[in-house]
Write a protein that binds this ligand. Structure first.
Ligand SMILES: *Cc1c(COP(=O)(O)O)cnc(C)c1O
Length: 401
């Protein structure tokens, strides 16, 4: 299993990603030797003299424009993503919406993957539509075939791989090639893989988005988003954040930076644990199929293997058909897996899902109840035992029904 940290040195012998996230964006000499950049709270920044004031000549000019704490996280993420700059936003969703607002104007057409995170869809159908931007949803399995959906006013193509809840892979290089040939910008929500396991900019994607709420923070205690971009797209993202007044409080930024420092070891564990759990579940009689692109049996496996250098801790399963009461019995029996939204923290989670109500370019067909699992950092034997006893409750409730 690739772990993303072996053969990843830059062409000129640059540091590998796991080293970058430990060292980049820290300068202990600047802060009397303290390892971590301090949490700097502030709105007003005082200038040294009148001339500096009227020319905004200072490293920091105003709290909203950045401070040592935010700069530290941005520098570390920029080293990891390899783009021209990184913006920090108050949530993952705001990273998505700010990036789209930055790149699109009234009259533009957007191609949006049908398997995108649902609130992203709500933004397109709600605010973007109101602003005169039209969205067409496309099948995630379209590679270069996306060409057929392009119109003269198509300005951007948005990707998310693997797909939200259902884990379809996308042929990112094929889509990027079509986009580049026509001067269309590409954006990707890369929250699942993180820039440790998938490198959007290396494959030519212009904008790489993270719900930092998930693996960057890693402790279910912060909402934050990041937008890394290159070239013209970065200029627009940066300017739009300024125009909108996007800023994040320093405590949340510092928690995100703290999470980032340990992300490589956490992800290595999530990867290994989720794969082991996926294989274990695939062999269970209660399970119809497992959706996890790192499994060789997965339809997206070849693409995952070609383009990604790791897999994180989130995947889904389809259970064999059982009555609703048995599904409820399964969830209510879980003791270690929490029931709740979001993911990427140290703790395991389980939720039911059903994509049939809102997808439009694809038809969601599940032969049984669908469950999304996040495999946390608990002991694997305990996690398997928890699911095993919840399956016992499911079977008992099936027979009772
Ligand atoms: C959670 C998530 C988001 C949104 O992040 P928030 O911080 O909850 O706003 C966006 N995209 C994906 C893929 C997510 O999983």
């Amino acid at each position: 299993m690739a772990d993303g940290h072996e053969d990843d040195a830059g062409a000129n012998g640059g540091l590998r990603p796991a080293t970058k996230i430990v060292h980049s964006g820290r300068d202990p000499r600047r802060f009397d030797g303290f390892v971590n950049t301090p949490v700097v709270r502030g709105s007003t920044v005082l200038y040294a003299n009148y001339d500096d004031l009227i020319h905004h000549r200072a490293r920091y000019t105003y709290g909203r424009h950045g401070n040592p704490t935010s700069e530290s996280l941005q520098t570390a993420l920029k080293a990891l993503e390899g783009g021209d700059g990184v913006a920090i936003t108050p949530s993952g969703l705001s990273a998505v919406t700010t990036a789209l607002l930055a790149l699109l104007v009234s009259g533009d057409h957007l191609l949006m993957v049908d398997t995108v995170y649902r609130p992203t869809r709500n933004f397109c159908d709600g605010l973007l539509a109101r602003l005169g931007v039209e969205t067409t949803y496309y099948d995630p399995l379209l590679g270069e075939g996306i060409e057929g959906l392009i119109r003269p006013n198509t300005r951007a193509i948005f990707l998310e791989a693997p797909g939200s809840q259902s884990f379809e892979m996308q042929d990112v290089p094929a889509i990027v090639a079509v986009a580049k040939a026509r001067g269309i910008l590409t954006l990707i929500d890369n929250t699942w893989a993180t820039p440790l396991f998938f490198k959007p900019h290396a494959l030519g994607v212009d904008v790489s988005i993270q719900a930092g709420t998930k693996y960057i923070c890693g402790h279910a205690d912060v909402s934050i988003g990041t937008i890394s971009a290159v070239g013209e797209a970065w200029k627009k993202v940066h300017a739009t954040c300024g125009l909108l007044g996007i800023t994040v409080g320093p405590d949340d930024v510092a928690l995100a930076a703290r999470g980032l420092r340990t992300m490589a070891v956490r992800l290595a564990h999530h990867q290994q644990a989720a794969l082991e759990m996926a294989q274990w579940l695939a062999a269970r009689p209660e399970v119809s199929r497992v959706m996890h692109p790192a499994l060789p049996s997965d339809p997206g496996h070849a693409i995952w293997k070609r383009d990604f250098c790791g897999a994180s801790g989130l995947f889904s399963i389809i259970l064999k058909p059982v009555p609703p009461a048995a599904v409820a019995a399964f969830f209510d029996a879980l003791k270690l897996f929490g029931m709740g939204y979001s993911w990427g923290g140290y703790e395991s989670l389980a939720i039911p899902f059903d994509c049939s109500a809102y997808r439009t370019a694809t038809k969601w067909q599940a032969e049984g109840p669908a469950v999304r699992l996040h495999i946390g950092l608990e002991d694997m034997a305990d996690l398997k035992a928890d699911i095993d006893q919840a399956f016992a409750s499911l079977r008992a409730a099936s027979q009772a029904g």
